[in-house]
Design a protein around this ligand. Structure first.
Ligand code: HEC
Ligand code: HEC
Ligand code: HEC
Ligand code: HEC
Ligand code: HEC
Length: 482
């Protein structure tokens, strides 16, 4: 007997004979179908088709391979079960039937495998096509997943509320594509098993580089020049006295003769820094590339260890890390709200009381909601009964706004509180620019990254009641000054 016919009689024929049972047929259908789908997916990737959605990874990285292995396991299980059943009934034949395409057994198997492949193709094809469109939407990323609520809320109020999450969060190229897939899958597992990190930490290195995101819409070389900033703050006195700080930021850019200047201009060169952790808050060293191609390294004099850690090339997001997910400081939030009219500056001590109420510790947003309303009501009822009687609607509105401020920034269940997410744009509430420009980062030849106040801005007025400069600019009324 030839090797081929021995193989056929001793292996293939019993294989198909015992294989003719529902469990094995379903198993081989699943395996074949998922294998073909996976193969065509890999082929599409090889010819360069890019699937933008990280969550698609869940189908291709987790679900289909699991289906493939599961189907593969069903094949021998079904065969063993059938052999056992036939043996018990004494029906194991002395020789196994031969294989022909007109043999109903064999045809059965082939048809089931083909049908399952076809159905699977349609299901996966349709669901990934429809699913991609849906899963790419900010609604899916931000809303269907409650752990994203803090980032989603901040996003919706930002100037970028119309930019898709994946545009900033999924990089291009194979490496970041795979990374996004792995992240997406990991996040799904975390949500399924309730093991997501609290708070969810931002890592700039995981984001798509600014060149592919920010710079698609904002030209990095646009010359802004000087930018006027007016900051309004309310005091902790009975009258909630208003003061203004006025500064002119030297934003600069690249001017018409290709001269780099100011805040924007200077950091466009290749600056590489080393930070102690992925939150980039403690910067040990920064290396600037000079116009002539040489480099200057500034090292923190506070740092005694080796210069090792998280390295990163500076881009827009190192300053604008909160371009989209803006988490306010309690002062910023309440000042902004009061400038907007509620809490009304007419209510005595509302700034001081409001700040205390939103900064107190609560176990949940629901508890904060109750206690903030009760707290403000108590304050006016006991300390200012006249105001309490005559200005009730203003007090209620103020309380509601305070609760809204709290809900927008603090998420006890995610361990997100005031200050959890530092904003790098300034230097007052967080280190920000002073992570490097603290006057302590010094180069080997003795140059210091200066923290001279006029390096970045001219301070025209600091906490003044009636800054003359606003009069000169004709802005007194524009800014509802009293
Ligand atoms: C314009 C760009 C942009 C868009 C659009 C955007 N993000 Fe972000 N996102 C960022 C940046 C920048 C950070 C880093 C913040 C930091 O370092 O403080 C971040 C951080 C986050 C984080 C913190 C965890 C981490 O490491 O990434 C989450 C969660 C997040 N974004 C979710 C979302 C969701 C959900 C959406 C859509 C609803 C979205 N983002 C849209 C730019 C963006
Ligand atoms: C899809 C286009 C798009 C992308 C991508 C984008 N932006 Fe914007 N950005 C805008 C538009 C449009 C505005 C103006 C919105 C407005 O004035 O309401 C804006 C506003 C801003 C502002 C001014 C905000 C303010 O409060 O005045 C800053 C800063 C900014 N973007 C930085 C960034 C950074 C940093 C990134 C990358 C993380 C980025 N943008 C990505 C379109 C984009
Ligand atoms: C060294 C820090 C830093 C870097 C890097 C940086 N910016 Fe800025 N940017 C600022 C500061 C500071 C402001 C002014 C903030 C304010 O208005 O409160 C600003 C303002 C802006 C504005 C608003 C301008 C206006 O006319 O009001 C835009 C848009 C912007 N940046 C985009 C970008 C983009 C895009 C990049 C990357 C190419 C970038 N920035 C890199 C610090 C930086
Ligand atoms: C990662 C470190 C780092 C951070 C963070 C940083 N800078 Fe810089 N900055 C530098 C370096 C390095 C230089 C270039 C020094 C040189 O010319 O050798 C520089 C230069 C400047 C200059 C030009 C100084 C000059 O000599 O004219 C300005 C203005 C400036 N930075 C403003 C800012 C502002 C505003 C922020 C925060 C929004 C900021 N920087 C954040 C590293 C940093
Ligand atoms: C490396 C650049 C840089 C240096 C140096 C610097 N600042 Fe600033 N400062 C900024 C930026 C950027 C902002 C605006 C932040 C924003 O957009 O909200 C700012 C804002 C301010 C504000 C207004 C902040 C507010 O929220 O009320 C004050 C006050 C101020 N700086 C004081 C100083 C003083 C005093 C010095 C000198 C010790 C100094 N700054 C040095 C970059 C700098």
């Amino acid at each position: 007997m030839s090797l081929l016919s021995r193989l056929k009689e001793n292996w293939l024929q019993p294989f198909f004979f015992f294989g003719n049972n529902p469990v094995t047929l379903i198993g081989s259908g699943l395996t074949t179908a998922s294998a073909i789908t996976l193969l065509s997916y890999w082929m599409m990737q090889m010819v360069g088709h890019r699937f933008a959605n990280p969550y698609l990874g869940i189908i291709f990285v987790l679900f289909l391979p699991a289906l493939f292995v599961g189907g593969l396991l069903l094949v021998p299980i079904g065969m063993l079960l059938r052999r056992q059943a036939l043996r018990q009934a004494g029906q194991i034949p002395a020789s196994y039937p031969a294989l022909h395409l007109d043999d109903p057994l064999f045809r059965h198997g082939v048809i089931v495998v083909l049908a399952a492949t076809f159905v699977n193709f349609i299901i996966v094809g349709l669901s990934s096509y429809r699913g991609v469109a849906y899963m790419d939407s900010p609604r899916f990323c931000g809303q269907s997943c409650h752990v994203m609520a803090p980032q989603w809320t901040a996003y919706r109020e930002s100037p970028h509320s119309h930019v898709d999450c994946v545009q900033c969060h999924v990089g291009s190229g194979m490496e970041s594509y795979i990374q996004a897939k792995v992240n997406g899958t990991r996040q799904l597992v975390e949500v399924a098993f309730h093991t997501w990190p609290t708070p969810i930490r931002a890592t700039l290195n995981n984001l798509r580089p600014a060149r592919e995101t920010c710079e698609q819409c904002h030209s990095p070389t646009r010359f802004v020049g000087e930018k006027l900033l007016v900051k309004t703050t309310f005091g902790d006195d009975e009258k909630n006295s208003v003061t203004r700080t006025v500064l002119v930021l030297h934003l600069g850019g690249v001017d018409s003769v290709s001269h780099f200047s100011g805040i924007h201009g200077h950091h466009l060169n290749h600056f590489e820094y080393v930070a102690t952790g992925a939150d980039e808050q403690t910067i040990i060293a920064v290396t600037a590339t000079n116009p002539d191609g040489t480099t200057t390294q500034y090292v923190s004099t506070d740092w005694k260890g080796p210069i090792r850690g998280v390295t990163r090339t500076m881009d827009c997001m190192d300053c604008h890390n909160q371009a989209t997910h803006v988490f306010q400081t309690p002062q910023e939030a309440i000042d902004e709200a009061m400038l907007d009219g509620s809490p009304s500056p007419d209510l005595p001590f509302v700034h001081k009381e409001g700040l205390q109420l939103i900064q107190a510790k609560y176990s949940s947003q629901a508890e904060a909601g109750r206690k903030i309303v009760a707290g403000l009501d108590d304050f006016y009822r006991t300390k200012y009964p006249d105001v309490w009687t005559s200005q009730r609607p203003k007090i209620d509105a103020a309380a509601r706004r305070l609760v809204a401020i709290y809900d927008r920034n603090v998420y006890p269940q995610m361990k997100i509180t005031w200050g959890t997410y530092p904003n790098n744009i300034g230097h007052m509430a967080y280190p920000g620019c002073f992570r490097c420009h603290d006057g302590n980062h010094v180069s080997r030849d003795g140059k210091t990254l200066s923290n001279d106040c006029s390096l970045c801005h001219n301070l025209l007025a600091t906490d003044e009641t009636h800054p003359g400069v606003l009069n000169d600019l004709g802005l007194q009324n524009e800014l509802h000054l009293q």
